[in-house]
Design a binder for this molecule. Sequence first.
Ligand code: SF4
Length: 473
Amino acid sequence: MRSLVLIGHGSHLNGESAGAVYRYAELIRERGLFDEVVEGYWKEEPSLRQVLKTTASTDVTVIPMFISEGYFTETVIPREMGLGHQGPVPPEGVARVLGGKTVRYTLPYGVHSSMADVILERAREALPDLGEEGTPPTALVVLGHGTTRNENSNRVVYENAERLRHSGLFSEVEALFLDEDPKVGLWPERVHAPRVVVVPFFASEGWHTLETIPEDMGLTGAVTEFPENPHGPQTVHYARPVGTHARIAEVILQLAEEARGTGGRGGDEDRLHAQAWAAFMTMARRGMRVGEVLITPQLGMFEVRHALDEGIPGGDLTTTVTPEGLRDQTRRDEGGHHRPVHTLRNLPRGWRAVLSEADLPRAMHALYPAIVEEGYAHQQHALRATPWATTARRQTGIYAKVQKATPEQVEHVAEDVCSGCLRTRLWASEQLPRTFFDGVPGAIPCAEACTYLVAEVREEVSGKRGTGAGHSH
Ligand code: SF4
């Protein structure tokens, strides 16, 4: 049995941030090569602290869904997942046994050698006659973000440029960057060929690919003519970013296979995980309430709906029949705001999901990530709470500031944020004698302050909380 975990950054504010990871998880799930594909996030749920608990097997491969190495892949993810590793990840990855699971952590997908093929495919999409006889000399620009903070983050762009120099398809290949030298704005001096194809080495379509790059290069669309450049007239063909190419799913699978090496038959079923879900499904088959939802067995299927919608005819609610449909239906509150913390009491109403027994666990995972595993562990006295001081001490970068928060400041923010949350703060020594497993729907443990609260405490320490200024999350 094998589990694949894809790790994304996520966002406290932007509901679209997790979209690319959802999409690749779905593509890989369809292939059926892993017993399960689970997503985890820095700023959404399941969090990096929770995600390993949500995996069903004892053989887990973790792939950071990042385009390059850097602070998140080398510092934040290994630290938050408890991998006992900091700094550059070796080519063979990092393997650890954690809580009885063998966990293999790989390099981010963007540094895999087959990314050169993805760049080439993007270039071909923009220039279908690439390499054909009689076509004018063509230059390739591989465009990276670049940052002076981590030298590894630009290395991958240079390496891919070097690989593609040997393809024989381009008269020249340049690596240029948005945020470091050589900067993208220099392209008219550096690039000589009359045809230029620009491939952004970016994870997704967004502000940089849609605005910054076109602005810095003077592009007006997919094809832009420059009649009077220093080396003569040039035509620039602007490709889509590599990170949204469907082939990334292949790259992820290759990375996972390489990480596994001669790893054998895979792992076993995780015992506590299996027990938690068996207990949950027994309750679901009888009908139950959990959090803000009502689960009703119906002719071998399960109907899930907001408990306040009890009694409303099904035809008056929007019906969805897949875990993904339920996820998308409940990603925003009724005001249209993103819900990074799923246990905040802002679940929208007006929908129902009709699901098979096989799909119910994944639907619950989308609705309330990790609550089954954590609720069951708490009931079994096996859930360890992490006090605020420990969480604060772990923080680095812009969040290191929360170490300065006084207990009064933390409590002040928690009273505001956590009072709207179903979870009970075990990390602040609150007591939770019973859980939804004992028939109390809203009784859900919170073992550790979530990143949303950490970010709010940071705002408080910075004196910006409630002013609407400088929100960093
Ligand atoms: S820290 Fe507060 S808001 Fe975050 S999950 Fe726990 S109880 Fe909910």
